[in-house]
Design a protein around this ligand. Sequence first.
Ligand SMILES: Nc1nc2c(c(=O)[nH]1)N[C@H]1C(S)=C(S)[C@@H](COP(=O)(O)OP(=O)(O)OC[C@H]3O[C@@H](n4cnc5c(=O)[nH]c(N)nc54)[C@H](O)[C@@H]3O)O[C@H]1N2
Ligand SMILES: Nc1nc2c(c(=O)[nH]1)N[C@H]1C(S)=C(S)[C@@H](COP(=O)(O)OP(=O)(O)OC[C@H]3O[C@@H](n4cnc5c(=O)[nH]c(N)nc54)[C@H](O)[C@@H]3O)O[C@H]1N2
Ligand code: SF4
Ligand code: SF4
Ligand SMILES: [Mo]
Length: 819
Amino acid sequence: MQVRTHTPKLEALRRTNLELIAEHYPPQAVLAEPERAFHRLLGQYGVVAAGATRECLFQDETHPYLGVAMDRCIHCNRCVRICEELQGQFVWEVWNRGEDTRVAPGKGPTLLEGGCVSCGACVDSCPTGALFDKRGPEAIEYWTRTTCVYCGVGCQMDVSSRDGKVVAVRPANHPTNRGHLCVKGRYAFEFNHAPDRITTPMLRRNGEWQAVSWDDALDFIAGRLRDIVARDGPDAIGVLGSARASNEENYLAQKFARVVLGTNNVDCCARVCHTPSAKALKTMLGTGAATNCFDDIEHAHALLLCGVNPTENHPVVGARIKQAVLRGAKLVVVDPRCTELAQLADVHLAVKPGYNVPLFNALAATLIEEDLLDYAFLTERVSGFDDFAAFVAEYAPERVAGECGVAAADIRAAARIYATAKPAMCFHGLGMTEHLQGTEGVMTLINLALLSGNLGKPGAGINPLRGQNNVQGSAQMGCDPATLTGSQLIKDAGPRFEAAWGCKLPATHGMDLLQMIDAARDGNLKALWAFGYDVYLSLANEAASRTAMAKLDLVIVQDLFLNETACAFGTVFLPAASFFEKEGTFMNSDRRVQRIRAVVPPPSDAWPDWWIIQALAARLDHPQGFCFDNPRAIWDEVRTLWPDGAGLSYERIERESLHWPCPDEHHPGTPVLHRERFSAGKTAALACIDFVPTPETIDDDYPLLLTTGRTLYHFNAGTMSYRTPNAALRSSDTLDMSPGDAARLGLADGEPVHVHSRHGMTTLPLRITDVVRTGQLFASFHRPELFVNRLTSLVRDRQVHTPEYKVTAVWVERARSDG
Ligand SMILES: Nc1nc2c(c(=O)[nH]1)N[C@H]1C(S)=C(S)[C@@H](COP(=O)(O)OP(=O)(O)OC[C@H]3O[C@@H](n4cnc5c(=O)[nH]c(N)nc54)[C@H](O)[C@@H]3O)O[C@H]1N2
Ligand SMILES: Nc1nc2c(c(=O)[nH]1)N[C@H]1C(S)=C(S)[C@@H](COP(=O)(O)OP(=O)(O)OC[C@H]3O[C@@H](n4cnc5c(=O)[nH]c(N)nc54)[C@H](O)[C@@H]3O)O[C@H]1N2
Ligand code: SF4
Ligand code: SF4
Ligand SMILES: [Mo]
C-alpha cells in the first residue's frame, strides 16, 4: 500500500480547516508567540489570523502554575481528552455546540475546585497557549534528561535552566512514566534556589551557627570522630544514608561506616517505611523487592490495593491504575479511608487501622473454603499447604469481620475477585508496613498470591510502592546493618567484600536506626551522621527522639536546609548539592536503575554527598578506596560487588530501561521475578501468622484512632515542597475528621484543635471530610512546625522495628486561645 499524506488535495483541505479556525483567532497571539504549534502551522500554510478579541466563558487567575487564556481556545479538545485519558481527572468539558462551543471545567468555578490535580498534561497538549505554564520561558533550546527526586515511581523528565537556575521541567516519553508527571515532578522545583538554602559549612559554637571553611568543618569532624573511636569504640557512632541521595553516595556512606569507622551501625529511612516489605518478600520468596513492574498494570485483570494511596503518593502510577479500572479491570481497595481509588473500587474493605493480619487471614480462609485455589501452582511451587489450611480455618470471614470493621460478605467478594479475575496484581503501602505486625502483615498478603497463583507472571505479583526517589537504592547499596551492597548477608558475602575493600569488616553486629536511638538514650551511642534524612522530625514519638538525641556528643547533618534535626541537635552542618546539581543514579520502585544528571552548578560552597564522604575519608587518613573521580567510577565498583547489578552499566542505562536482576552486559533485565522458580528455591512456604493486636488501643480517655500519612502536594519532611508554590495548593497539614464526630464534639471545619495522645500533643486545623470513618482520624506530617510525630507511640514492628505510625489513640478538643 502506498499512503500519501501531502497531496495537493489534502493540503488544500488542511488550509481550509486552518482558515476556518483562523477566522476567529486573535492575531496578537500569533505575533506574541510564533513558536506555539498552531501558530507555526498558520505560518507554514500562509494563513492569517483575523479574529476579533473573543469573549471567554472561562477565566481563572487562581492556579499557582496553570494559566488560562481561553480567547485562544480552538476547541481541539486535546485538554479534554488528555485530562480524561491520561490523568483520569475529567476536569475539562465541552459546552454548547457550533459557534458557541466553549471548553471550561465542568465541576467547579476554577480549575482547582473543578478537580484539577495540577499534573500539567493539558498544558503540554495545548497547541495554542490557551493553557500555559505561568512560570518558565517559552522557547527553550536545551533540556537535560534526569530522574524526579520525589517519589519512588522514578519518572524521567527533561529540565531546563537559565542563568544557573532551574526554570522548567517537562515529562519525558520514557517507559517508566510514558510522558506523564505529577505536580511535584513537573512544578515543585523552586526549593533548589530557595533563599534559605544552606551553601556553606557551619559549626555550632555557643549555641550559634557560624559559617566555616570546608577545611575547618572536616578537621573538626575528623577530630571528634577520632576521639570517640578512641574513647568509646567505633560502635559508638552511627551513620544514616539518604533515600534522597544517589546509589553511588549511599554505597560510599556504608563503605565509610564499615571501612573508615569500623562499624556496621549504618541504616537509612527504608527502616521506617518498607523494610517490613523487603523482609517479608525476602523471607518468603527470596528477593526483597517488588516482584513485577509498572507495565504490568495494563496486563492485570484485577488490582488489589492494600494500605496504599497511589493517586496522591505515586500519582503517575495512580493515574495508570485509574485508567486500567476505567477500562474494566476489577479493583479491590483495603484501606480504612475512602481514598480516591476506594471510591472507584468494586469492593472497598475499610479495615480498622491495625487489623490487617486477621483480615488477610480471612481472605486466605475464603480462598480455601470456596475452592478458589490455583492447584497447579500450589502443587508445583508452594509448600506447607495442609498446616496453613488448618491454621487459617480459624479466621473465617464471619468470625473476624466484626473486629476488622468490615462485612463478611465483602471479604468473600474481595477474595473471589482476586482469585478469579486473573492475573491479579497487588500493590501495597505503609498501611501494611507501619504496624506492630508490619512484616507479618505483608507475609499474610504474600500468602494470598501463593494460594491463587498470582506470582511469577506478568500482571500479577506483590508490589510495595516504595517511598522516596531512592529508598530502594539506599538499602540495596548496603545502608542496612545486616546486609552489604546488593542485599547480600554479611555472613555470606563478607569475605568477597573484604578482598575487594582490602580490609577486615567490623566483627560486631550493627544497630539499626531504632536501636541507635535506644543506644543514644542509654548513653552508648555518641555520634550520628545523618545525610538527607530529617530523622528527628520524621521518627515516631518526638519525646523519645528528643531525649535520645539530646544525649549525643556529635550530630553531623548534611542537607540542603537547616532541617529540624539540624536546628534542634546539629553540631556541624555540611551543605549538600541537590539532585539537580550532580551525576549519579537512583533506583526506583520497580527495580530500575536510572540516571540523574547535573542541570545547574551547586550554589557557592555546596558539594555532592559523594564528594563530602570522600573528603572526610581522606581527613581520617583513609583515602584509599575513597578517591573516585566521579559517580560512574563508584558505580563500576558497585557492579563488581553486586552480581545482580553487574549488567547495569552507565552506557546501557543511557539507552535502555532495565530492571535488575541484570547479571551481565547482554542480559535483558528482569521485569518479572520468580517466573520458573523463586529466588529462594523451587517452592515457597505459606506463613501461619497469628494476630497480635497493638497495645495502642482506644479507651474512654483516648477514644479516637488517628492514622498518619501523606497528601498529594507535599512531601515527607516538607523541606522541599513547602519551599515551592505547592505551599499555596495546600498550606497546612489538617486533622481529618468525619462529619459525625465533628458534630458530636461541636467542632467546625477549619478551626484549630488540640490533639492529645498518651505521648504528646499538637495543634492542627480541623478538616471535616467523609473520607475518614466515624471514630477515626487522619493527619499528614509534612509541616515541621506542627510536628505530628509528637503524637505517635513507641510501638515498633516485631521483626524490623519500623515505628507504628499508623495507629495512635487520641482525644481532640477545641484549641484554647492560650495555646
Ligand atoms: N505526595 C506525596 N507522595 C509521597 C510521599 C509524600 O510525602 N507525599 N512520600 C513518599 C514515601 S517516603 C512513601 S513511603 C510513600 C508512601 O505511600 P503510601 O504507602 O501510599 O502512604 P501513606 O499515605 O502513609 O499510607 C497509605 C494508606 O494506608 C492507609 N492505612 C492506615 N492504616 C491502615 C491499616 O491498618 N490497614 C490498611 N490496609 N491501610 C491503612 C491510610 O489510610 C493511607 O491511605 O509515598 C511516597 N510518595
Ligand atoms: N507520622 C508519620 N511519620 C512518618 C511517616 C508516616 O507515615 N507518618 N512516614 C515515614 C517515612 S515512610 C519516611 S520515608 C520518613 C521520611 O522522612 P525524611 O527522610 O526525613 O524526609 P524527606 O523529606 O524525604 O527528606 C529528608 C531530607 O533530605 C534532604 N535532601 C534532599 N535531597 C538531598 C540530597 O541530594 N542530599 C542531601 N544530603 N540531602 C538531601 C531534604 O532537604 C530533607 O531534609 O518519614 C517517616 N515519618
Ligand atoms: S493539569 Fe492535569 S488534572 Fe489539571 S486540568 Fe490539566 S490535565 Fe487535568
Ligand atoms: S509520580 Fe513520583 S516520580 Fe513521578 S513526577 Fe510525581 S513525584 Fe516525581
Ligand atoms: Mo517512606
